[in-house]
Design a protein around this ligand. Structure first.
Ligand SMILES: [Zn+2]
Length: 420
């Protein structure tokens, strides 16, 4: 019987049924059998008693697999036919239970294996983070400027069309970018909008807030986000009416609206962070759900005096607001050294230590960077990963160079080939 149980346990379920049937065929003649089918042909047996099943098994050519098993079973089990059917029934139920348990264990093991495989796949996908340039500008070429005129007095001095940019990005292996509305077109977004429409897989737009008296204000911000698809807005404090701060009525209304629309506000503190830190902190405190981007390392220079130290301290201090992110961009604007701007490395470490790489993002400030270190070099400010000087882990580099942007601008870079 132990042998039978073992065979029942080890055999696939349909065969277990056959083994049981063959072992109990003689004792079952007095019991009214239930309709059964013979695996693997599922041939129905009209004379439904176990004996006829066995007869069928030994004669039917269509049931060769069943026959093989039943023949083995009947030889092995000869002499054990006197066991009462009820005992056999109980034992077979126990065997079925063992079998089901074993099957469940196997299924669980398979599920665990599948989960592990999926996790591995996710890990690989996480490694394949696209490279995103989170700060650059484009403006119309002289030819295009007939259709998209420059703002009077803001004619560009260097080329900066979308096509010029795309060439640079292809050369440097950059997948996507955030285009920040340039001052050259001031509040006229038509050129950048046309580029966003033309290359939806490449670009995400950051519009320019208009805080001027009687200007676009909140309404225009909402239109640009909802109708034109911009995903961020830039606050340029020097565009506010003279003597007014970014915390004035229109400033607060636009900052609040940006939070409502789910678009981050970028602060461009060209003349120094300390001139605007109070305004930024006030807005962050009052509207904690509005995300904030500090452009170009807050224009903080590697500190050489008390004022510069204070400025950096305040930039690092902004990390206490979870909504604040910092753009590691336009190194040529803050460094005192030529490429690779080693004097900024200490600041980068401090920013990584206070914000974490998932709140830092890389940017080139194209096209201005083309007359400095060049577009491709802009991506190699950090020491090489395998050098003794390396201080960002591979994971941190990936976050800064694209991962943070991808999670902040969800749904951006539509249909990008990297699967975004
Ligand atoms: Zn810029």
């Amino acid at each position: 019987m132990a042998e039978l149980l073992l065979r029942l346990h080890l055999a696939p379920r349909p065969f277990a049924l056959l083994l049981f049937a063959s072992s109990s065929s003689s004792s079952s003649s007095s019991v009214s059998p239930s309709p059964l089918q013979c695996h693997p042909c599922f041939h129905p047996h009209r004379n439904n008693n176990l004996l006829s099943i066995q007869q069928h098994r030994s004669s039917s050519t269509a049931c060769s697999v069943s026959r093989r098993h039943s023949e083995k079973g009947s030889l092995k089990n000869r002499g054990r036919r006197a066991l009462p059917f009820r005992v056999l029934f109980t034992l077979s139920a126990a065997a079925a239970l063992v079998f089901l348990r074993r099957r469940r264990t196997l299924q669980q093991a398979k599920a665990r294996e599948l989960m592990a495989f999926r996790k591995e796949e996710e890990g690989t996908a996480a490694l394949a983070v696209p490279t995103i340039d989170t700060h650059l500008h484009v403006w119309a070429s002289p030819e295009e400027s007939k259709k998209y005129p420059y703002f009077p007095g803001q004619e560009p001095t260097i080329p900066g069309s979308a096509e010029d940019l795309l060439k640079c990005m292809a050369e440097a292996g950059v997948d996507g970018a955030v285009i920040v509305q340039p001052i050259n077109h001031k509040f006229d977004h038509s050129y950048v909008s046309s580029v966003l429409q033309k290359y939806p897989s490449k670009f995400v737009g950051c519009c320019l807030a208009d805080p001027t008296d009687g200007g676009g204000g909140v309404k225009e911000l909402q239109r640009l986000v909802e109708d034109e698809g911009y995903r961020a807005v830039k606050f340029n404090p020097y565009l506010w009416p003279s003597g007014q701060k970014m915390t004035n009525e229109v400033g607060k209304a636009m900052f609040a609206k940006a939070g409502e629309l789910g678009v981050p506000v970028g602060f461009m503190c060209f003349k120094g962070l300390m001139l605007h830190i109070d305004e930024i902190e006030e807005l962050c405190k009052e509207f904690p759900t509005t995300k904030v981007l500090i452009d170009h390392l807050g224009f903080c220079k590697p500190p050489k005096n008390v004022e510069e130290e204070d400025s950096l301290k305040h930039l690092l201090g902004l990390s206490r607001f979870p909504q604040v992110y910092v753009k590691l961009s336009a190194f040529f604007r803050v460094s005192r050294e030529p490429f690779p701007y080693k004097d900024t490395w200490q600041m980068l470490k401090q920013l990584r230590d206070t914000y974490g790489a998932d709140r830092l993002m890389w940017g080139s400030d194209f096209p201005f960077v083309t007359t400095e270190c060049g577009y491709t070099n802009a991506w190699h400010v950090l020491p090489p990963a395998n050098s003794n000087e390396a201080f960002f882990s591979e994971k941190e580099v990936k976050a800064c160079m694209g991962g943070t942007a991808v999670s902040l601008f969800k749904g951006g870079w539509k249909n990008h080939s990297s699967g975004l």
